[in-house]
Design a protein around this ligand. Structure first.
Ligand SMILES: [Zn+2]
Length: 695
């Protein structure tokens, strides 16, 4: 994952690049979808009637009605934790990437440093499983030796800086971040990242499920240490040490709801203040190592967390620190090592935490790893082959239509003053859409990749990602950078750049279908676009102005109205649960839920507007155009998710589960009620006094 960017639903594994971007990730919100084209030709198809569950009533449970048969007849593959037509399309993308990587790997003598060479050798080395297995744990030994060589806490700090260089960013991270007060500048951001379970609650809450996860985590650490060659007692003591240190760090960290408030992590700090706050760390040496000037603009996300880091540096004995760092390294590197480590890593992070039945095949893991570290090299070849220019043009048109609908929607809001409306419209006017792929590709020329050393290749990839991010600090913002790779089947909004971004990987069916009528495309990719636009006006996005500054642009009375409207949505989602006692946290999923509500409504308005002056489209398969629109959303969004994965989502994912992403927003919309002639009192019709209406 690139720099100051996101973390998105599909992968909750311990990834150093995800860990160091927790703060930013909560600002950048995802949803999904695909390519398009509009036409009213009669040969175009409507929604997929074979996906419908005709036994379910649309006014009772629209999620079940719209896609129940598809889910029943397409069980989640063993290697996946969730499944839908969209997830299936995302996996199919990987077949295309495999073909590209294999072709590159078969090149006879590609020019050193060329895309073919680095992609081909990276993938080829990854696929050489025998060699990877034969090396066992040995690739880690030089790094372990560096940790062992430290004579005191001060001597450990250069090792810690070296671990940061390869993305093992503990117990804090250093990353670039756009300055929320001067959005043309990039500052250095120090974040909290010292524990490996999915969320701080796992360490702190007394509930049986968290207690079990802690016990399983300790057992997992013991097995991993043994695989690294430690005896039983050393492994067991080591796991206890790590657990104790991680728990202290988790205690000092902010919770996910607090982290949604951009002000909570906005702490401009001078170098001297940082040194005074954490005196047991040699910041001068660290900054020098990172080639940062002491007067660089600096933000510390969580000062109290850094106080705990100071306590640990001051009081925790050196041998314990060494064990902690070895664990973080082992945990971070496991998936690039030999089979026993890969399997144990999967047994805990995949099987136990998220319910996966089996690992993905090696080729797919190798494709994903290539995408992670060399994503724009692989992606460049991907778009040449799979992303037609006309898709970009049509996506631009649709984004324009959705922005116009959002503008109309804001103008029509009776609760908003003209003054605030004017500022909201200024924000819409400066929205920057990015579609398909970057205009300027990253240069991987300095990444040394060889065919025979997969582990070292991953280190080279990690160093590139870290350095590529560090280089941004202290410079003017580069508005051309992307936070997702082109083949990614996802999308995001970034409030600091006020941009909405749709990689090529999402611009394909089922999100956008060249052969489908407009109602279907507006209901799928249209709602996705509307969702991303609405993020500019959700609980976080609304705090940033048209220039990307964290600055209140609301009139007090309007802000109060907006917050009350948001509280309605948070309350709605607080009531949704996945199993008895495990509810959504309405405040944590508020941004995504405002995005879905606004997205559905604005896309519906845009669709209606697109029909003006044209003959009304015909019903298809007995469904009106309006019904097709809503069914398309239900079918696009129709994920089946393993319960284990849902439980993790409840803790650390700002997105609600799919069922509520469909039924939640639609049960608020009078347009939905009308389209399906739902009676008052039906489960899909919230009573007027409880109906939520934001955008
Ligand atoms: Zn989102």
């Amino acid at each position: 994952m690139a720099a100051a960017n996101l973390n998105f639903v599909p992968d909750i594994r311990r990834d150093p690049f995800l860990m160091r971007t927790v703060k930013s990730s909560l600002w950048l919100l995802t949803i999904l979808s695909s390519s398009f084209l509009f036409s009213q030709a009669s040969s175009l198809h409507g929604i997929d009637v074979t996906d419908l569950d005709r036994k379910a009533q649309p006014c009772d449970d629209f999620f079940q009605f719209s896609n129940g048969t598809w889910r029943a007849s397409h069980p989640i593959p063993e290697s996946m934790t969730r499944w839908s037509k969209r997830w299936a399309a995302g996996e199919t993308n990987k077949d295309s990437l495999k073909e590209i990587a294999e072709q590159a790997a078969q090149q006879k003598s590609p020019a050193p440093g060329s895309t073919d060479q680095i992609v081909g050798d990276y993938y080829g080395a990854c696929m050489d499983e025998n060699r990877v297995n034969a090396r066992g744990i040995s690739p880690l030994k030089p790094l372990f030796a560096e940790i062992d060589a430290a004579r005191d806490i001060a001597g450990l700090q250069p090792v810690l800086a070296a671990l940061h260089d390869i993305g093992v960013a503990v117990p804090f991270t250093l990353a670039s971040q756009q300055d929320p007060h001067q959005p043309t500048l990039v500052l250095a951001d120090i974040g909290a990242s010292g524990y490996a379970l999915p969320d701080r609650d796992y360490y702190l809450k007394p509930d049986a499920r968290f207690e079990e996860a802690r016990e399983k985590y300790v057992q997992h650490m013991i097995r991993m240490f043994k695989l690294a060659g430690w005896d039983a007692k050393t492994a067991s003591d080591g796991a206890a040490t790590v657990m104790a240190m991680e728990t202290k760090l988790a205690q000092a960290a902010l919770d996910n709801v607090t982290l949604r408030d951009p002000s909570a992590t906005d702490h401009n700090t001078s170098f001297a203040q940082l040194q005074a706050r954490v005196p047991h760390f040699d910041w001068a040496a660290y900054f020098e190592h990172k080639r940062l000037a002491k007067d660089v603009d600096l933000n510390v996300d969580q000062p109290k967390y850094m106080d705990e880091v100071e306590q640990l540096l001051a009081k925790t004995p050196l041998p314990e620190w060494k064990i902690y760092l070895k664990w973080q390294l082992l945990n971070s590197a496991a998936s690039s090592l030999s089979q026993p480590l890969v399997e144990e890593d999967f047994a805990f992070n995949g099987k136990y935490l998220t319910g996966s039945g089996e690992m993905k095949p090696r080729w797919k893991r190798c494709v994903e790893s290539t995408d992670q570290y060399l994503g724009e090299a692989l992606g460049q070849k991907y778009v040449e082959k799979y992303f037609p220019p006309e898709a970009k043009a049509r996506m631009q048109e649709m984004v324009r239509n959705l922005l116009a609908a959002m503008r109309d929607d804001i103008l029509s809001r009776p609760w908003m003053s003209d003054e605030t409306k004017e500022r909201a419209l200024a924000k819409i006017a400066t929205f920057q859409p990015k579609i398909g792929y970057p205009d300027k590709w990253k240069d991987y020329g300095r990444v040394a990749i060889t065919r025979d050393a997969f582990f070292e290749d991953t280190l080279a990839g990690r160093r590139f990602v870290v350095e590529d991010d560090r280089e941004l600090i202290g410079k003017a913002v580069d508005r051309g950078r992307w936070g997702m790779t082109p083949p990614t089947s996802n999308a995001y909004y970034n409030p600091l750049l006020n941009e909405i971004v749709f990689p090529a990987g999402i611009l394909e069916p089922p999100a956008f279908d060249m052969k489908a009528v407009d109602a279907v495309n507006y209901g799928a990719i249209g709602v996705v676009i509307g969702h991303e636009i609405s993020h500019g006006f959700d609980d976080q996005g609304a705090q940033f102005d048209y220039r990307g500054r964290l600055k209140n642009w609301w009139k007090d009375t309007d802000l109060k109205q907006f917050q009350e409207r948001g509280a309605c949505v948070a309350d709605q989602f607080d009531h949704y649960y996945i199993e008895p006692g495990v509810h959504h946290n309405g405040k944590m999923v508020l941004g995504e839920s405002i995005g879905d509500l606004g997205g559905a409504r604005v896309a519906y308005l845009a669709y209606q507007k697109s029909l003006e002056g044209k003959p009304r489209p015909p019903d298809i398969d007995g469904f009106s155009p309006e019904q097709q629109f809503f069914i398309a959303w239900g079918q696009f969004r129709g994920d089946e998710i393993r319960i284990e994965q849902q439980r993790v989502m409840m803790q650390n994912d700002p997105h609600p589960v799919a069922k509520y992403r469909v039924n939640g927003p639609l049960s608020n919309l009078p347009e939905f009620q009308e389209a399906f002639a739902c009676k008052a009192g039906a489960p899909m019709v919230r009573p007027p006094e409880k109906r939520c209406d934001v955008w």
